[in-house]
Design a protein around this ligand. Structure first.
Ligand code: PHE
Length: 436
């Protein structure tokens, strides 16, 4: 469970959630996102963990076993590849966090004193391909280091106290944010829906975000499920993940938007949003230099446990299906992820001009993975489980191991996994194809 929380809580909560919310109109998006989480994200989460735990293999092996055909195994491979691509662009963003962490090590955050300074600092970082590639590589080296040392001893032990600390720190930021003059505007933005601002593509984004934040649709939870012990029940292992993950996202939203509205920044700034807001408020707090250091350190750790989990399906695939030694598989996977991340880093500077469907390379990879391939991976998993393998058989097996096995849970999972998830995902796909 701890590893799953570590995987789920990461940049999707602290970095992506506020900026996607900011570019999609706030509260209305939040509501759609919560509905997606409850009706689709969580049931798919349970389905994926179940499939992994029953097959005792990652997506490729599990799909081959449940689907009993080479076609399904190939679908499993697609899921493994999606995770691999995610690990590349994820590491580029984690590199930005690392850069801010090193900046805060200097304990001189005076240059973040105004909104313009914050914007300029972020811009300067984005304009430097060397820095971006360096920090991306450094972050992947840390990931490789932990992967080689073993997940349990390193990352799990660290997460045990790092995660609560991150939570406390975010809470301090929320309290500080609420004391700022823009607080009520921010709360309105976050909790008073303006339905006009909601478009079909924001529903797709909300679904993608729900999947991305729970690390679904790209093999992580299936692979982690395969490591679950027989005695552990799937639902009670999964619920805390959903709860902690959602709380951290909402806290991040409050912290970021109270600062945005009190300093007159743009809510729709995009991927740079947290980098342009949080340092500003740190620079105005007593002890802000230390808090900033601690904050970026903890976010680095949260990103590290997520990055490792994004790399894990590919490593498991190379070990289980291709006969690699774990050490070699980890090195090759990290190297591949590094190379793939380079175009994402260049998208902000040297390759700025290149645009695909109106997006730069980074946005395009991020969109294709999180909004298309991740929901597709989830769709394939539920279709395989519910229609090929058999929904009743699956639920009986799943609830056999659960202490919370009552009729409501049964019906909720049955309806959501068998009907709502596939239909909803399909509708959103069709809609987004018709309104690109
Ligand atoms: N859930 C992670 C986060 O919130 C991102 C992630 C996606 C990690 C997919 C692994 C796999 O940051």
């Amino acid at each position: 469970m701890l590893a799953a929380v570590g995987s789920a809580v990461g940049l999707a909560n602290i970095w992506r959630f506020p900026y996607v919310l900011g570019t999609n109109g706030g509260a209305a998006f939040l509501l759609v996102y919560l509905i997606c989480l409850f009706l689709i994200g969580f049931p798919v989460f349970v389905a994926e963990v179940f499939m992994g735990s029953l097959a005792k293999r990652g997506p490729y092996g599990a799909f081959a076993l449940f689907g009993r055909s080479a076609k399904w195994a190939k679908a499993g491979l697609l899921i493994v590849l999606t995770g691999f691509v995610i690990s590349a662009f994820y590491s580029v963003v984690a590199g930005w966090i690392l850069a801010y962490f090193f900046e805060s090590l200097r304990f001189s955050i005076g240059h973040f004193h105004s909104k313009e300074n914050c914007l300029n600092y972020f811009e300067a970082l984005m304009q430097s391909p060397l820095k971006l590639i360096f920090f991306h590589g450094l972050f992947l080296s840390f990931s490789l280091f932990v992967l080689l040392g073993g997940v349990q001893k390193g990352i799990e032990r660290a997460s045990r106290w790092m995660m609560p600390l991150l939570f406390v720190l975010l809470f301090v930021l929320v309290l500080k944010g609420l004391s700022l003059p823009g607080a009520s505007l921010a709360l309105d933005f976050l909790f008073k829906p303006d339905w006009e601002s909601l478009t079909g593509s924001s529903v797709l984004l909300a679904l993608g975000q729900a999947f991305f934040t729970l690390s679904l649709g790209q093999g992580t939870m299936m692979t982690y499920g395969s490591y679950l012990e027989e005695k552990e029940t799937i639902i009670s292992t999964s619920l805390p993940v959903l709860f902690v993950d959602t709380l951290i996202s909402i806290f991040s939203g409050i912290a970021v938007f109270t600062i945005v509205f009190s300093s007159g920044m743009e809510a729709s700034a995009g991927p740079g949003l947290i980098f342009q807001t949080l340092p500003l408020v740190f620079s105005q707090m007593t002890g802000g230099a230390v808090l900033m250091l601690l904050f970026f350190l903890l976010v680095c750790i949260a990103a590290l446990s997520s990055e490792i989990s994004a790399l894990e399906p590919m490593i498991a695939f190379l070990v289980d299906e291709m006969g690699f030694k774990r050490r070699k598989a980890s090195i090759w996977t990290c190297l591949g992820s590094f190379l793939l991340g380079i175009p994402c880093a260049l998208a902000f500077n040297l390759w700025e001009e290149i645009s695909v469907w109106g997006m730069n390379v980074f946005e395009c990879i991020s969109f294709l993975t999180t909004s298309i391939f991740v929901p597709l991976g989830g769709l394939l998993s539920v279709v395989l489980l519910a229609y090929v393998w058999g929904m009743r058989r699956a639920l009986n097996k799943l609830l056999e191991r659960s202490k919370r096995s009552n009729i409501i849970v049964y019906l909720y999972l049955y309806i959501c996994i068998k009907y709502l998830a596939p239909i909803f995902i399909l509708c959103i796909f069709v809609h987004s194809l018709m309104n690109p």
